[in-house]
Write a protein that binds this ligand. Structure first.
Ligand code: SF4
Length: 336
């Protein structure tokens, strides 16, 4: 189910734009069962009220909680079931954030990612993305939504932008607190500036070396790190939000002095911040997590050279943290 399908169903029964807007707002703000809302519907045509009841049931069953795995850092990894029996991971982040999945599986095939191993299974619909936020709101407050879970949002861009539009217009989420994360795709940079709700952008950089990037992200669009940063800078200046560059720190792969020099060359003076996330080791994959001391020294060195760098841990990494591991485990695939 897409958000536009919901709009069309309601319009077909005579709902006015204001009613459609109200229904969607109540859903995403978790007010669908308020008694006040019920009263406010009394004047609607009977067929429309009956349809609203059916819709409430359908929306509340778009996702169902299979398991919840709290981490020591205040985060929690949720494994959510979809109507067709497939599953996605949603992560409750510390400080009122939620990280949602935009695809089941992923076609980019990043060498260090469990989700990338299974390829794309199917797109997540716009309503299913919003349903992940609603599910999170049943558990705690949500003030920030990050499209950084399973999947590459640029490969499901229509649905992602539809979900972002609803969350930013009716969902009580600030536009700057909606973060679209991508490995970099020209379509993202072409479309976002024209959207009413413009999200912040997180760009997965991971290395400053074009050949290594092609190796680590084998099916990402062929943009060099320099091209990616140029496109990112243009969006940052136009939107007024800094770009968040993501760098998964892989021991002995992208943590050498040559990469640090490359980062300074690429990002110095840019409207950007660099999130460095030490890799969460997965036993079946050939990458290792650098020590925390090494990661701290790298972040400090970059800071000293004028690069705004934040060292972060992957949320809930004590609970089979890397994206796709819960799902892989539940499907019986080899995992942590
Ligand atoms: Fe896809 Fe993200 Fe995993 Fe890369 S890291 S394979 S883009 S889910």
């Amino acid at each position: 189910m897409q958000i536009e399908d919901i709009r069309q169903r309601l319009r077909a029964l005579g709902a006015k734009p204001v009613h459609v807007q109200r229904v969607l707002r109540d859903w995403v703000r978790l007010r669908a069962h308020d008694s006040g809302r019920r009263k406010s519907q009394d004047f609607l045509p009977l067929a429309l009220r009956q349809e609203l009841d059916r819709l409430d049931t359908e929306l509340s069953t778009l996702t169902n909680m299979i398991s919840s795995h709290p981490g020591v850092d205040g985060s929690a990894r949720l494994l959510l079931g979809l109507r067709d029996g497939l599953t996605v991971e949603t992560v409750l982040l510390p400080r009122d954030g939620v990280c949602i999945s935009s695809q089941v599986g992923c076609a980019v095939g990043c060498q260090f990612c469990m989700t990338g191993r299974e390829g794309l299974i199917r797109q997540v619909s716009s309503a299913e993305m919003v349903a992940q936020v609603v599910q999170a709101r049943r558990l705690r407050k949500v003030k920030k939504v990050v499209f950084m879970g399973m999947g590459e949002p640029a490969h499901n861009l229509d649905n992602v932008l539809e979900a972002i539009d609803l969350l930013g217009s009716e969902g009580d989420i600030g536009h700057k607190s909606l973060v679209l994360s991508t490995v970099g795709d020209r379509r993202v940079f072409e479309r976002l500036p024209n959207e009413t709700v413009k999200p912040a952008l997180a760009l997965s950089l991971h290395t400053t070396k074009p050949a290594l990037r092609e190796q680590l992200l084998p099916r990402a669009p062929r943009l060099t790190p320099q091209e990616l940063v140029d496109l990112g800078e243009h969006y940052a200046r136009g939107s007024g939000y800094p770009i968040q560059y993501q760098w998964t720190l892989l021991d002995g792969v992208n943590d050498g002095q040559d990469e640090l020099d490359g980062i300074v060359r690429l990002l110095k003076g840019k409207y950007a911040l660099l999130n460095m996330i030490p890799y969460n080791t997965i036993p079946d994959l050939p990458f290792r997590r650098p020590s925390w001391d090494k990661a701290r020294a790298i972040a400090a060195e970059l800071h000293r050279q004028g690069i705004l760098t934040k060292l972060r841990d992957s949320a809930g990494q004590d609970v089979d943290g890397g994206c796709g591991q819960l799902r892989a485990r539940s499907a019986g695939a080899p995992s942590a």
